[in-house]
Ligand binder design. Structure first.
Ligand code: SAM
Ligand code: SF4
Length: 331
């Protein structure tokens, strides 16, 4: 690791990179994209080599955990070659993927072989019709088959991610927990964030706070606080009598910024220092202007960290504060 590593002006050490490998997706979740979403031209997307160069620079600066995301990361062609290179880096304690699960039935074994350590699978409903409504794709059975394939491939502590919206799927909170418990999975409930302009609903009307979701869970399950910490925005609880942990990701209702240990790189090579901030550094321009100059890249990352904001300023009463879509940033 470099002498200084990546430390921001508020003393937070960056050890975690979320790396988006594509902005494209085979789903169109209503809170994430519009049906006619326009994606970046391919030439604007980092090549697999450039993605590796970026990851390598972060590893050189002390990052020990990388999460591959998107868009849907598993629709990126030849992703396995990038994963194999990252999977063989001994500095990495964790190489994780966040996926919608649609390709897992075919790819789970290859991911495991490449050295991927953990999977998060997004799942907002266990009802086929509702799943189709929320994702605009009728693929619940395929996703469930993918979760089973991932377990069969040997992934442990698979975590479900569920965005809960009032009047849309809040009546399934207990069912989702029951599914997690019976399949030996963890689950995180996510508050919807105002990322990108969407036309399907008014985010303020469907907003469901983590406290409300937790109350729904606790009506059925006894929860005890878990000491599991990720340095991320989740607070974890243990479901009594099971191995399942429940996380609550609450950007609105609980400020998690003080312990933030992460930055993001978009598929277009923008370094995003905070999910709730429009500021970004164009790493692609630097990579293409100075190919092979890893010292310059590392210096730019260290310099950029000086601009990491102290905290985000999301509010649930405003439709759009950050124009960037979650799929473009990397969720
Ligand atoms: N396609 C993959 C997936 O769905 O897991 C990875 C990318 S997706 C952007 C990552 C996570 O962000 C998903 O769990 C998704 O539910 C969540 N997400 C997308 N838009 C969101 C929003 N506006 N607010 C909160 N979570 C959101
Ligand atoms: Fe695709 Fe994930 Fe966004 Fe859904 S949440 S549209 S699966 S990127």
């Amino acid at each position: 690791m470099s002498e200084s590593g990546l430390i921001d002006p508020f003393g937070r050490r960056i050890s975690y990179l979320r790396l988006s490998v594509t902005d494209r997706c085979d789903f169109r979740c209503t809170y994430c994209m519009s049906e006619d979403m326009v994606f970046a031209p391919r030439a604007q997307i980092l090549s697999l080599e450039e993605l590796y160069t970026v990851a390598d620079a972060f590893i050189g600066l002390g990052v020990t955990r990388i999460r591959i995301t998107g868009g849907e990361p598993l629709v990126r062609k030849n992703l396995a070659s990038l994963l194999q290179r990252l999977g063989s880096r001994s500095e990495l304690e964790d190489l994780a993927i966040t996926t919608n699960g649609s390709q897992l039935h075919e790819q789970a074994q290859a991911l495991r072989k490449a050295g991927v350590t953990r999977l998060n699978v997004s799942l907002d409903s266990l009802k086929p019709d509702r799943f189709a409504e929320l994702t605009r794709r009728d693929r619940l059975a395929q996703v469930l088959a993918g979760i089973h394939a991932a377990r069969a491939a040997g992934f442990v502590r698979i975590k479900l991610n569920s965005v809960i919206q009032k009047g849309r799927n809040d009546d399934e909170v207990v069912d989702l927990v029951a599914f997690a418990v019976s399949h030996g999975l963890d689950i995180s409930f996510i508050e919807e964030m105002p990322l990108g302009r969407i036309d399907s609903h008014d985010r303020a009307l469907t907003f469901c706070s983590s406290d409300e979701v937790r109350a729904l869970v606790e009506a059925r399950y006894a929860l005890s606080p878990s000491d599991h910490l990720t340095g991320g925005p989740s607070r974890y609880w243990q479901v009594a009598g099971s191995g399942t942990r429940i996380g609550f990701i609450s950007p609105h209702s609980h400020n998690f910024c003080g312990s933030c240990n992460r930055v993001r790189v978009t598929a277009e090579g923008k370094l995003v220092l905070c999910l709730g901030d429009e500021g970004a550094l164009d790493l692609k321009a630097l990579l293409r202007r100075h190919p092979g100059d890893s010292a310059r890249l590392r210096a730019a990352l260290v310099e950029a960290l000086r601009l990491k904001p102290e905290r985000h300023h999301f509010r649930s009463d405003e439709q759009v504060q950050v124009i960037r879509f979650m799929s473009a940033t990397g969720g």
